[in-house]
Ligand binder design. Structure first.
Ligand code: GRF
Length: 195
């Protein structure tokens, strides 16, 4: 019997990468994998409605007014309760505590809108334009204690033109993100099954 994997997705906002992953799973482009839960730390995240529309279970675990470790303990407990094997951060705007990383060591992915290690942190697309690079892109990487510095799983390259604004460049990168993330999840899960 084929072993099924279970993923959980953490969001804070729009949730377009979450939608790309959910649609790829539904269409069988990420084989033998189910999406157990979408968790947001922001009650007003637009992605929550998009998940609900698709019949996906959603949870809000609000960060406001909570200490990071305490908030993370609740998120980890929810992921474990849903038997999640792989955690996908998709626009999740909170740095994870050491305890969270320990709980899912080597089983947390993030997508970042630059060719890491260039332009980690916030506003990666603006950093690329300000720097005058001619090529940028997006990266899926494992999450460790470093800021956007964990081992790289996959990347896509995107050209930058002189006319680009942060908005136009972000849109071009985002299109690639939506293809890259499902591919990267598929790669990681098929490697896990080989262990
Ligand atoms: C994406 O650009 C992703 O690379 C970054 O945050 C953005 C999230 O967008 N980490 P969305 O919420 O998936 O639409």
């Amino acid at each position: 019997m084929t072993k099924r994997s279970t993923i959980g997705i953490l969001i804070s906002g729009r949730g377009s990468n979450m939608v790309a992953l959910a649609d790829a799973l539904r269409e069988g482009r990420v084989p033998d994998t189910e999406l157990a839960v979408v968790i947001s730390d922001q009650p007003q995240a637009a992605g929550l409605a998009k998940a609900k529309e698709r019949g996906i279970e959603t949870l809000v675990i609000e960060r406001r007014g909570r200490k990071r470790a305490e908030h993370d303990r609740e998120v980890v407990a929810a992921l474990k309760a849903h038997h999640v094997d792989l955690v996908c951060l998709a626009g999740y705007m909170r740095v994870l505590s050491r305890e969270f990383i320990e709980a899912f060591r080597g089983r947390i992915l993030n997508i970042h809108p630059s060719l890491l290690p260039s332009f980690p942190g916030l506003d990666a697309q603006k950093q690329a334009i300000d720097h005058g690079v001619k090529w940028t892109g997006c990266t899926v990487h494992f999450v460790d204690e470093t800021l956007d510095g964990g081992p790289i799983v996959a990347q896509r390259v995107v050209p930058v033109s002189d006319e680009d604004t942060v908005e136009s460049l972000s849109a071009r990168i985002l299109k690639q993100e939506h293809e890259l993330y499902p591919e990267a999840v598929t790669m990681v899960l098929s490697n896990n099954h080989r262990d």
